[in-house]
Design a protein around this ligand. Structure first.
Ligand SMILES: [Zn+2]
Length: 402
């Protein structure tokens, strides 16, 4: 398809996505093309199945009887596949163009140091094909695959440069999965992918500048500037987990000392708790775990902390302080419209309240609850990040079809 035609089709889809159903005439005024040109493009796209006619609307004077035929995106035109790869779990899901999930599955990441990344990724591809079979999804109906993966990713080449907890070398994730699945693939860092999903599918207001922060085994962030991910010169923008909190702190997996991750990640919390775990120091947690340090989980730590466990509470407070400092610094630098928090930690209401009380003193905004909000994405469905990448790349950006 000629580039100009593709761009015009992409602007028509963008207009329909932002405004809902519209007549050909209204589309023409938004995308700034002549009504005749829009009619040709729209008729072509209807033939391709990308958009459809969606009823009529009476226009103006009823006696004249002119009717507008409304056009809408055919959101069930095709499907996309989203894959989320993290050190603890892998989730995959299939959705239509509006992000409605029609099939999904997840499993615990099973990768030992002996396993080659190629083998690991081919196993993921096999599970995707199994899901297609099980749910009667034709491979031909999948427009593209979006992959969110932990660590450093070159989004242009689809190469994962260091997937923390999985591999340290460069792995051509896009190439391996495209070979195995025979479907086009786009790859990005998982936090960036989730930020795109939040903006495209969950934000109620029109947000163009957003700081998205994910707390979990690692701590990452993505900065959306002008509705686009800000990558930085070396593709490292948003590495909030490696903001330095303490010059003499612990050595981080990134090679620096005292990073936010070393004092506030899920691992850091568990490590600090384990160091003081005893009948005397942490009696509540101790009894919840029947005295076994192996039974300590994040859930139990939070429960103990907020039902009277002083030492547990102190450790969580320090986590909240460190997270608040790093986030308020990022807010000073980027000046976002909104900060979105993602991750199970923030679903603990008492922890969230404590965090907000602390950050309130650091960022002076009037409506703190409107400015800092919890992500509306379901943390169990984090393949939605990959889905959002694929829908942008293989549908909206290309005018519906490659
Ligand atoms: Zn670090």
């Amino acid at each position: 398809m000629a580039l100009i035609k593709q761009e015009n089709r992409a602007s028509i889809l963008e207009a329909l996505k932002n405004n809902g159903t519209m007549s050909r005439k209204d589309i023409a005024s938004i995308v700034q093309l002549t009504p005749a040109a829009v009619t040709i493009l729209v008729n072509d796209m209807i033939k391709d199945g990308i958009i459809k006619e969606a009823g009529e609307l009476e226009e103006g004077d009823k006696r004249v009887g002119r009717k507008k035929i409304l056009i809408d995106i055919n959101y069930n035109y095709k499907y996309v596949l989203g894959i989320n790869i993290e050190a603890e779990q892998i989730n995959i899901g299939v959705s239509n163009i509006s992000g409605d999930i029609i099939a999904e599955t997840s499993w615990a990441t099973d990768m030992d140091s002996e396993m080659k990344p190629e083998v690991f990724l081919k196993e993921i591809a096999d599970k995707c094909v199994n899901l297609f079979w099980k749910e009667n999804i034709l491979k031909e109906s999948i427009l593209g695959v979006g992959v969110g993966i932990v660590g450093l990713v070159d989004n242009n080449t689809g190469v994962s440069k260091h997937a923390y907890g999985l591999w340290r070398q460069s792995v051509h994730v896009k190439g391996i999965l495209e070979n195995a699945l025979e479907i086009p693939v786009v790859v990005d860092n998982n936090v960036r992918a989730l930020a795109v999903a939040e903006m495209d599918y969950k934000s109620e207001q029109d947000i163009s500048d957003m700081l998205f922060v994910k707390h979990g085994p690692g701590i990452g962030s993505a900065m959306i500037v002008g509705k686009k991910i800000h990558y930085g010169a070396n593709n490292k923008a948003g590495e909030i987990g490696h903001a330095i909190m303490n010059l003499e702190g612990e050595l981080c997996k990134c090679g620096k000392r005292g990073c936010l991750e070393t004092v506030a990640s899920k691992q850091a919390i568990l490590k600090n708790i384990k160091a003081i775990f005893s009948m005397k120091e942490t009696p509540l947690l101790y009894s919840k775990c029947n005295g076994s340090a192996d039974d300590i989980s994040l859930d139990k730590v939070f429960e103990a902390a907020f039902s009277g466990g002083d030492r547990e509470r102190k450790i969580l407070r320090q986590v909240a302080v460190n997270m608040a400092m790093a986030i308020s610094n990022a807010v000073s630098l980027y000046d976002p419209q909104q900060v979105i928090l993602y991750g199970k930690t923030f679903w603990y209401e008492q922890f969230l309240n404590e965090f907000k009380c602390i950050i309130k003193e650091m960022i002076l905004v009037e409506d703190l609850d409107g400015f800092i909000t919890i992500s509306k994405l379901n943390y169990k469905e984090n393949y939605i990040g990959g889905i959002a990448l694929a829908i942008r790349k293989f549908f909206f950006d290309v005018g519906g079809t490659l």
